[in-house]
Design a binder for this molecule. Structure first.
Ligand code: NDP
Ligand SMILES: O=C(O)C1=N[C@H](C(=O)O)C[C@H](O)C1
Length: 251
């Protein structure tokens, strides 16, 4: 059987360099291109890439995806910084290339995907919920894409269940003391040398708390999700947001 032709864009970065190694080691894949900043995107077409793994920065990702979608190359995207406007733009490009698939995964690690799922399930049963994400100090953005997505899923679950807003009588003396407000859920960002990627969801009710914590200790934690995404994205035209859509979490 022929191998899946995969390219990595952002190949010299922290996660991109790990993805290059993972694709090279996958028996069913061939790494046909590994692009860094300044490399010409035309290489993707010339190399016959079927799937691009996009792991760059929020400033670069849109240009790269526009190129991929216009050339019918499927994309697996880990880069963060997604807004409704950006997603709408991407959907417009995809409308003109209806057979192309794009997977955007705020987090490729199975533990993080499950954290989001567990938090969504638990959120309606507790009065209070807050998210703390903790990352290495070179992380380009805050809050993390995972924390933003977790808070959105929590807020949607609470709205669906008719939950009241979390109680909070705090008068803040300093801006930011209560974190960022993502759909009504406070999200706190820690940047600390020694850390990689971690998240806690704190839930509280009368007389009890529940803490859901996930730790990515090495970039290898993201690789099975990236490879799974690369294998499946070609059969999923349009935009898929979240790796959970490619996993059978109920089986
Ligand atoms: N979804 C997930 O599971 C994960 C997502 N991420 C996300 O992935 C992204 C990258 O993270 P990380 O690897 O830590 O960051 P790095 O800064 O280490 O890597 C980004 C790389 O992309 C390069 N780059 C920037 N623009 C382009 C471009 N136009 N073409 C090719 N290469 C480009 C950068 O080059 P230069 O150094 O010259 O700027 C750099 O080498 C972030 O958004 C991060 O949040 C990270 C881990 C897991
Ligand atoms: O920049 C990182 O490192 C990570 N970014 C992603 C995010 O913003 O959620 C995923 C993971 O947290 C690692």
């Amino acid at each position: 059987m022929s191998k899946l032709r995969v390219a990595v864009v952002g190949a010299k970065g922290r996660i991109g360099s790990e993805a290059v190694r993972a694709v090279e080691a996958a028996e069913d894949m061939e790494l046909v291109a590994a692009l860094g900043r300044g490399d010409k995107l035309d290489v993707l077409v010339e190399s016959g890439a079927q799937v691009v793994v996009e792991l760059t920065t929020p400033d670069s990702v849109m240009e790269n995806l526009e190129f991929c979608v216009r050339h019918g190359i499927h994309a697996v995207v880990g880069t963060t910084g997604w807004t409704d406007e950006r997603l709408a733009q991407l959907n417009q490009w995809l409308a003109d290339s209806p057979e192309t698939g794009v997977l955007i995964a705020p987090n490729f690690s199975i533990g993080a995907v499950l954290t989001m799922k567990f938090a969504e399930a638990a959120a309606p049963y507790f009065e209070s919920v807050e998210v703390i994400e903790l990352h290495h100090p070179k992380k380009v953005d805050a809050p993390s894409g995972t924390a933003a997505r977790t808070a959105q899923l929590i807020a949607a679950a609470r709205e669906k269940a008719g939950s009241a807003p979390a109680p909070d009588a705090t008068a803040t003396a300093l801006d930011g003391a209560r974190g960022a407000d993502v759909d009504g859920v406070p999200v706190h960002s820690v940047r600390l040398r020694g850390l990689l990627a971690h998240q806690e969801v704190l839930l509280g009710a009368e007389g009890e708390t529940l803490t859901i914590r996930h730790d990515s200790l090495h970039h290898s934690s993201f690789m099975p999700g990236i490879l799974l995404g690369a294998r499946k994205v070609g059969a999923a035209p349009g935009l898929t947001f979240g790796l959970e859509h490619f996993l059978d979490l109920n089986g």
